[in-house]
Design a protein around this ligand. Structure first.
Ligand SMILES: [Zn+2]
Length: 162
């Protein structure tokens, strides 16, 4: 597909070269909450495109009532230059961070890969740490990996205090 990919990823476990980005979020549905997820490939330019979406089933509740909704997303790319502001927006409004969870996984074996963002507050592009162009100290960590990156001395200067 894209021969000009500027970075390389080779999975330590399976040798795969592709990465998926997954976003998981919860919505309140009456007394229960539902979890949904959407996912798609991380592209060569560190944008990502969600191609699939489905409800995450609760582990216990298999009464046949909850069928999985899945459909293909229309072409969607996170693109700040887009002139259509009503387009599907993936980022939480400020003040409600941490409600959504983002994951980067090997597309082949599903191993979780740590990653960071090119801008603070989960902004910009996604940079998995195992990509060849990852620059420690130049990327804002996904909040889940803050402690891990702190131990590795990967945090940007001044980022030690949130
Ligand atoms: Zn793998």
């Amino acid at each position: 597909m894209n021969n000009t990919q500027p970075w390389e990823f080779t999975c330590k476990t399976c040798g795969g070269h592709k990465l998926n980005v997954t976003r998981v979020w919860k919505i309140l549905a009456g007394p229960d909450s539902e979890s949904w997820q959407e996912w798609g490939p991380l592209e060569a330019d560190h944008h990502w495109r969600f191609k699939f979406k489905e409800k995450v089933e609760a582990e216990k509740d298999w009464d046949g009532d909850d069928e999985v909704d899945r459909w293909d997303f229309a072409e969607y790319t996170k693109d700040n230059s887009s002139s259509t502001p009503e387009e599907y927006e993936i980022f939480e409004p400020e003040g409600n961070p941490g409600n959504d969870r983002f994951y980067v996984n090997c597309a082949n074996c599903d191993r979780e890969i740590e990653f960071g963002w090119s801008q603070p507050n989960r902004g910009g592009l996604i940079f998995p740490v195992e990509c060849s162009d990852f620059i420690p100290g130049g990327i804002w960590p996904e909040p889940r990996y803050l402690d891990s990156w702190h131990q590795k001395h990967w945090l940007r200067k001044g980022d030690n205090q949130p």
